[in-house]
Write a protein that binds this ligand. Sequence first.
Ligand code: NDP
Length: 246
Amino acid sequence: MDKKVAIVTGGNSGLGYATAKKFCDNGIKTYVIGRTKERTVNACSEIGDNAMPLIFDLTNLDEIPGMIQDIFDKEGQIDILVNNAGINMKKEFIEVTDAEFENILHTNLFSVFAISREVVKKMKETGGGSIVNISSMAAQYGMPKVVAYSASKTAIEGMTRAMAVDLAQFNIRTNCIAPGFIKTKMTAKALDSDPPRKEKVFSRTPMGKMGLPEDIADAVFFMCSKEAKFVTGTVLPVDGGNSIGF
Ligand code: NDP
């Protein structure tokens, strides 16, 4: 029972991969959720024995309770949930359709609520746990062409505080990490194809560089550790100062 059990959604790439690796390297058995079988299985074999691939589309809200029950039946505990899976869409405001807006909210918000609710039921049974949500700079200031993404990430921060208040009585802490601009394949491509945006990012980041996925993993790990045992309801920017830069 000493070995902790974690779930990292979207753990097959980018920030989620670094987080799953950090957990596994520190002896935490980690369920890595992704939709793509090959990517998820490969990521887990790279990470090592503590990583358990789980192929699941989080937009299937009705299937989330069964998926969480299966993990609980196997492990008898779920100590950590990292709600990292997310999708983005860059588009002019007036061209975003209702369906596109809903699609982003579905993955980035509704599924986060549904999986958190189910995991909380189990954490309550076993005496507590830690939940970390992943937001964005798009929730700290107005960013062009990402209206649905901004709405979803801003909601995540509000939900983090609401969850912290509701769940403290069950010894469940809920925090949020707001990553700045982090070097992943996706961001490199997005910024390289938009030089003015890239210039803007660097000009308002006091530390003058992008972060690494491991920087986010370290912050998530801290939030789940006993060193953060009196921390709940916070939003921690891990951003080289981007959110407070001029
Ligand atoms: P990636 O695109 O590299 O990874 C997204 C992950 O989510 C993948 O593992 C993907 O796996 C999974 N995923 C997406 N949709 C679903 C779904 N419906 N069901 C299950 N899994 C899903 O993203 P990043 O690592 O760049 O970002 C991770 C998080 O960090 C996101 O929430 C993002 O908004 C946030 N963030 C990232 C920043 C950055 O600089 N990279 C900056 C700020 C925030 P698969 O495709 O196999 O389903």
